[in-house]
Design a protein around this ligand. Structure first.
Ligand SMILES: NC(=O)c1ccc[n+]([C@@H]2O[C@H](COP(=O)([O-])OP(=O)(O)OC[C@H]3O[C@@H](n4cnc5c(N)ncnc54)[C@H](OP(=O)(O)O)[C@@H]3O)[C@@H](O)[C@H]2O)c1
Length: 262
């Protein structure tokens, strides 16, 4: 399917690995210019090379900590300068640390809020004037299935991410018709985030080994496997394109059917 985004410009926060990178790759495969950011310069350089190898549009990689407002604003501005505009924003982030409520202190909650919510707020605020100038701007927030069904031992993700859904739903009304805003709710996709969670399960004694842990994660999924990050990326690219032109304010699970609620 031709998404019609050839030559458009896209920015993906935390796009140097995992689901953010998979989204940037999907956008690049359809010919978009893509800007990504992350903190670790080596990881960022590897991701940049991966995106360039696709041979889509231009690629920009900017070392940025998305918990730093001025750094986020600088990333957006540099992207606009480099590409001459901005059509699509995808917000991803690292995952907050796993743990139960009694494991957390105030700093954990404020850190998770900055990472998941304020990073999206700052990106959206800086990007909005540019998105409305184009011909159909889009924002896609990568969140988690935990916004609908809580996941054990992930109190920060279960609680704080719901603010991103409230933000998405509100601005999908405020920014229309110039800009559409949607969210994707990933289930389990094999990225380093899942590796960390499985390894923490092994440490707690929940699983005998990494493979046993991964098998356990896949066992509740009707499609009987965890997802490939590209399957999430393709959905993000579709939501960023004219092919989804009447989809606005939606929370789209990409989870192999594991969510039980409708
Ligand atoms: N993978 C899944 O199955 C899954 C399922 C549900 C929800 N999610 C959520 O989806 C999001 C992405 O997950 P993922 O699996 O793609 O994670 P990942 O593979 O660990 O990648 C995280 C990315 O975020 C970047 N990052 C982390 N903190 C950052 C910061 N402060 N500033 C800038 N970049 C930062 C990392 O680069 P640097 O560390 O170099 O900065 C890396 O590029 C997370 O919020 C995760 O909890 C994932």
């Amino acid at each position: 399917m031709d998404l019609g985004i050839d030559g458009n410009s896209a920015l993906v926060t935390a796009g140097s690995a995992g689901l953010g990178l998979a989204s940037a790759e999907a956008l690049a495969r359809d010919g978009a210019n893509v800007a990504i950011c992350g903190r670790d310069p080596d990881r960022l350089a590897r991701a940049e090379a991966q995106l360039e190898a696709i041979g889509g549009g231009e690629v920009l990689a900017v070392e940025t900590d998305i918990t730093d407002r001025s750094a986020v604003e600088g990333f957006v501005e540099e992207t606009v300068q480099e590409f001459g505009g901005l059509d699509h924003v995808v917000t991803s982030a690292g995952g907050p640390p796993p743990g139960s409520f009694l494991d957390t202190d105030d700093d954990d909650w404020y850190d998770a809020y900055d990472l998941l919510v304020m990073s999206a707020v700052w990106t959206t605020r800086a990007a909005h004037p540019h998105l409305v100038e184009g011909d159909g701007g889009t924002i896609v927030n990568i969140t988690s299935g935990s916004v609908k069904e809580v996941i054990d031992d992930l109190v920060l993700s279960n609680s704080v991410r719901r603010a991103v859904i409230g933000l998405m739903k509100t601005i999908s009304r405020e920014f229309a018709p110039e800009v559409r805003v949607n969210a994707v709710l990933p289930g389990s996709h094999e990225t380093s985030r899942i590796e960390e969670l499985v390894e923490s399960g092994v440490e707690r004694g929940d699983f005998e080994s990494y493979d046993a842990g991964l098998e356990q994660w896949a066992s509740g999924i009707p499609l009987e496997r965890v997802g490939d990050p590209s399957e999430l990326g393709e959905t993000v690219a579709w939501l960023s394109s004219e092919r989804s032109s009447f989809v606005n304010g939606a929370s789209v699970p990409v989870d192999g059917g594991s969510m039980r609620s409708a």
